[in-house]
Write a protein that binds this ligand. Structure first.
Ligand SMILES: CC(=O)N[C@H](C=O)[C@@H](O)[C@H](O)[C@H](O)COP(=O)(O)O
Length: 228
């Protein structure tokens, strides 16, 4: 069960969204396991979860009271987070309160546009989170009707700095430039990072790897011991 999409923005204000995802080939990429991660996030005080693929969104929605930010990663390069209207509608129909989609302005498959995704998702009764890498992309996404703008793709798409930590400068610049809520996402590794993101203007904070990725976390410890 999810909260009504209209209440989502208020629900996540000043709070944590936990990303419950696993890369292809990872042992955690198992729907029942991802549902358990979502339930753990709920028990731990998250306000919402973020999840990939319609079947996972549907399973989490059925098992967990938290609203779901759904996406559908398809393809490995270029626009691959919810690339088309078809992907976006499948995620909305699976029960997502919010559909997250790439809003970098790079060419999309099928000639779809971000504005087209916004219109289709709104018609389906869900909200849209624009995943951006730069200030200009966030400004444009807000103009095109995004309900929230997230820094998800900073460090992963052209025009953004590659860095170890979160892009909190982008959070701050977006929060100053647009009226829609800004979500801090990407490489937020500590509670201090999360608190700083809110202090710099984020409406909400998404944390994935630092909470839900034991394979990646084990790798960092193994590397620390000189045993990568
Ligand atoms: C770049 C990209 O594809 N990001 C994805 C977006 O859904 C996820 O793989 C990330 O885990 C999520 O953004 C949270 O970030 P972090 O795991 O760094 O806390």
């Amino acid at each position: 069960m999810t909260s009504a999409p209209a209440g989502f923005t208020d629900t996540v204000g000043g709070r944590l969204i936990v990303s419950c995802q696993a890369p292809e080939g990872d042992p955690m990429r198992h729907t029942g396991t991802l549902v358990r991660l979502a339930l753990a996030a709920e028990a731990g005080g998250a306000a919402a979860v973020r999840a990939n693929a319609p079947e996972v969104v549907a399973a989490i929605t059925a098992a967990c009271r938290l609203p779901v930010v759904g996406l559908w990663k398809d393809g490995g390069t270029g626009v691959h987070i919810t690339p088309t209207v078809r992907h976006a509608l499948a995620v909305a129909e699976a029960g997502a309160a919010v559909v997250a989609a790439d809003a970098t302005g790079r060419p999309r498959p099928d000639g779809d546009t971000f504005a087209g995704i916004v219109a289709a998702v709104h018609a389906a009764g869900a909200l849209v989170m624009a995943d951006v890498a730069t200030l200009a992309e966030g400004v444009r996404a807000a103009e095109e009707g995004a309900d929230l703008v997230s820094t998800t793709l900073s460090g992963y798409a052209p025009g953004s700095p590659v860095q170890d930590g979160p892009d909190l400068d982008l959070v701050e610049r977006l929060a100053a430039a647009i009226a829609v809520p800004v979500v801090a996402e990407g490489r937020i590794a500590t509670p201090a990072h999360a608190a700083e993101a809110l202090a710099r203007g984020a409406h909400s904070v998404v944390v994935g790897t630092a909470i839900t990725a034991p394979t990646a976390l084990t790798r960092t410890f193994a590397k620390g011991l000189g045993r990568p």
